[in-house]
Write a protein that binds this ligand. Structure first.
Ligand code: FE2
Length: 269
């Protein structure tokens, strides 16, 4: 059950309207990382969720995102309003005047309509929570960028509030994911193939100005079998660890630490 209270979650005061900035704000109203997308994603995930605690979390945050939609919509509306009757403002985006009368509509800053394709809903809570952590991070960075395009104090204040709440939600989603207590690389019920899951393919090779092959925890260490240039068996192995042919020599093209490259799985065989 939804109930609307005639009070914004956070005060919106706009000193000097800026229609161009109002148009940019629509990115967080009807855009891919905007508040409507967040509200719909979390609420629908919540409807699907069978974990009582996480369901409650999803419905709490999904509902808060609707309040954010109202705040950012009110803010955008305040900036766009002059477009209705000031000819010079219309240049920012005639679509907003023609289709929306100088008000907000559910499209992004480029005029593309909102779409449910923005939503990431899998019905698997541990997967959905990962999508939500990423969604909050994306929304945070969009708000941060928007902060750089206005000097209006009231606008900066409201945007700072909205940006801060993205971090709050990211924290709750991460803690909820942690509370499930599974290994972070364990998803679903079917285990991955042992012979391929820890193999790293160095599929992008280069030297000098074209770039070099980098090593780091994502591809080196006891957890990994490093395979150099599997699609180009004649490539000269790169020296790693300061030694000609070094560490690459035992993991060169066509070989892993304990054998040849496993054949990809072919369904039905
Ligand atoms: Fe939000």
């Amino acid at each position: 059950m939804y109930h609307h209270i005639k009070q914004l979650m956070y005060t919106v005061n706009v000193g000097t309207p800026d229609p161009r900035f109002g148009n940019m704000l629509l990115e967080q109203f009807g855009g891919a990382n905007g508040e409507l997308a967040a509200a719909m994603q979390y609420t629908i995930q919540g409807i699907n969720c069978e974990n009582a605690g996480i369901k409650d979390l999803l419905m709490d945050i999904g509902t808060e995102e609707l309040s954010h939609l109202e705040v950012v919509g009110t803010l955008a509306r305040a900036h766009l309003k002059p477009m209705k009757n000031r000819a010079e403002s219309v240049d920012s985006d005639p679509l907003i005047v023609i289709a929306g009368g100088g008000g907000v509509c559910l499209h992004n800053s480029a005029g593309n309509p909102w779409t449910a394709d923005y939503l990431k809903i899998t019905g698997e809570v541990e997967v959905d929570l990962r999508s939500n952590i990423a969604a909050e991070a994306r929304a945070k960075i969009v708000y941060e960028r928007l902060l750089g395009y206005t000097d209006d104090a009231g606008t900066l204040d409201a945007l700072n509030f909205l940006m801060s709440r993205e971090i709050t939600h990211m924290k709750s989603f991460q803690k909820a994911l942690d509370s499930i207590g599974r290994d972070i690389f364990s998803i679903g019920e079917v285990p991955p193939m042992k012979e391929v899951v820890n193999v790293y393919f160095n599929d992008s090779t280069g030297r000098g100005e074209a770039g070099s092959d980098e090593r780091g925890p994502w591809n080196e260490g006891a957890d990994w079998d490093f395979v150099d240039a599997p699609g180009f068996p004649s490539v000269t192995p790169l020296a790693h660890d300061g030694e000609a042919g070094g560490a690459a020599a035992h993991s060169r093209a066509g070989r892993t630490g304990h054998g040849v490259i496993p054949k990809p799985h072919q369904p039905g065989r």
